[in-house]
Write a protein of this length. Structure first.
Length: 434
């Protein structure tokens, strides 16, 4: 999202001790302009392309606003010039306090305001306001990705609306939504390194390929990466399940695998229509919460609901944005399991990205899980014939060895000074309040 400049949210002096302490903190946010550095909260040698995405002047919740000075005892000292509010519900603020705030120069994308506050009154006071579109079943100005509760509650309604409304106003709202989703995704990824998993949506839950990917994805998370998939069924579900199981015991992993493999009769090739095994796993081991398990699905494929094991779903209307966006965030590498045309497209999309880099600064590992399978398809032969002279060639690995695969990814991340979070407690933080 475009960041505003000239930012200042500072509480002036007040007799109380609390206000004196607040005054001692410099909460003026960094200004990411060309030639200036955004304050780095990570070690100086850590490379992070998402650093500064979740800047101090992006406000995503009421609680964040209050912590950054919005709860000042004297509301007239709250100056919002340059702050960007993304879908924030401010309706609980009293009209008296709201009237005292200096909102000149503030930007409001959607959100709710105290009773009686109109868009025209906000504009007269110097704010820029983009109102949330009405008469649509989704929020265009979303501050966050979708959690599992939202997906289960709203997905069918949004899909139905998407497939039946083609007017320009709806399409514009969808574009705003997708831009907001990119911003929310990149906010989350600050200080994290992603490994993507690509593979067929028809991979059976009782297949060796599914169960192997569960274990690999679990090990990838335990090594410090975030796992990201297309958010759907088959291999995608397996990888998100593995990430979900990262803090579980080996015995619990085996229990989950056994449950997922059972009771799928009659759903061959369409196991996404059978939610019962996933619900049994969650009933046994707990609801999805904070594990670094991302899904990046699309409303385009309404017949396939997002899987139940991603902590967050960055769901897009435009599938092209979703596909390119998923590949672009996987700087830690991409794992490829058995798959059809979609998976093969993703292989050459990643190869295209790698091949267009003149050095190895932004190249990503490409790991083919299932050596015999990938060699038999001829895909590896084509890839080798077209890339043996390019810098990323050494990052191509074909392997069935879980340890070798994870070691390959970790070695690359360390060589690039990418951040690895092997302490899973980091994912319980409110990343938007950093």
């Amino acid at each position: 999202m475009q960041k505003a400049t000239g930012v200042h949210l500072k509480v002036e002096a007040h007799p109380s001790t609390r206000e004196a302490l607040r005054l001692s903190r410099d909460i003026s946010p960094p200004k990411p302009r060309p030639g200036l550095q955004v304050e780095n909260r990570f070690p100086p040698n850590v490379v992070d392309p998402f650093l500064g995405q979740n800047a101090a002047f992006e406000i995503e919740t009421l609680d964040e606003f209050l912590k950054k000075g919005g709860d000042a005892e004297d509301p007239s000292t709250v100056k919002l010039n340059g702050y960007v509010f993304q879908g924030v519900d401010l309706s609980s603020i009293s009209n008296e306090r709201w009237a005292a705030f200096d909102i000149s120069g503030a930007i409001f994308f959607g959100g709710e305001f105290p009773e009686g506050v109109t868009l025209s009154s906000l504009k007269r006071r110097g704010a820029t306001v983009w109102a949330e579109p009405s008469d649509i079943p989704f929020k265009a100005f979303r501050p966050f990705m979708y959690n599992q509760i939202e997906v289960m509650t709203n997905d069918k309604l949004i899909n139905s609306h998407y497939m039946s409304h083609y007017d320009i106003s709806t399409r514009l709202a969808q574009s705003i939504h997708d831009f907001s989703m990119v911003d929310a995704l990149h906010d989350y990824l600050e200080g994290k390194t992603v490994v993507g998993v690509m593979g067929g949506h028809r991979t059976a839950r009782n297949s060796p390929e599914y169960q192997t990917m569960v274990k690999i994805a679990r090990d990838v998370v335990k090594a410090g990466f975030v796992v990201a998939t297309g958010g759907g069924a088959g291999t995608m579900e397996a990888a998100n399940l593995g990430a979900y199981l990262a803090d579980k015991t080996d015995e619990q992993v085996e229990q989950a695998l056994a449950i997922m493999a059972a009771d799928n009769e009659g759903f061959e090739g369409v196991e996404w229509l059978n939610p019962a095994p996933a619900e049994k796993v969650i009933a046994l081991l707990g609801e999805v919460s904070n594990m670094p398990s991302l899904g990046v699905p699309t409303f385009r494929y309404a017949q396939e609901p997002p899987n139940r094991f991603a902590s967050w779903h960055a769901k897009f209307f435009q599938n092209s944005i979703r596909e390119d966006g998923l590949l672009s965030i996987c700087r830690g590498g991409i794992l490829y399991s058995h798959g059809g045309p979609g998976t093969r497209q993703e292989i050459f999309q990643a190869a295209c990205h790698n091949s267009e880099i003149s050095d190895d600064s932004e190249t990503r590992p490409m790991v083919f899980v299932g050596k015999d399978y990938w060699r038999s398809t001829g895909i590896l032969d084509v890839l080798e014939n077209t890339s043996s002279h390019l810098p990323f060639f050494s990052l191509i690995l074909e392997s069935d060895d879980q340890v070798e695969i994870v070691d390959h990814l970790v070695a690359h991340a360390k060589q690039k000074n990418y951040r690895l979070n092997d302490d899973l407690s980091v994912y319980t933080e409110k990343y938007w309040e950093r």
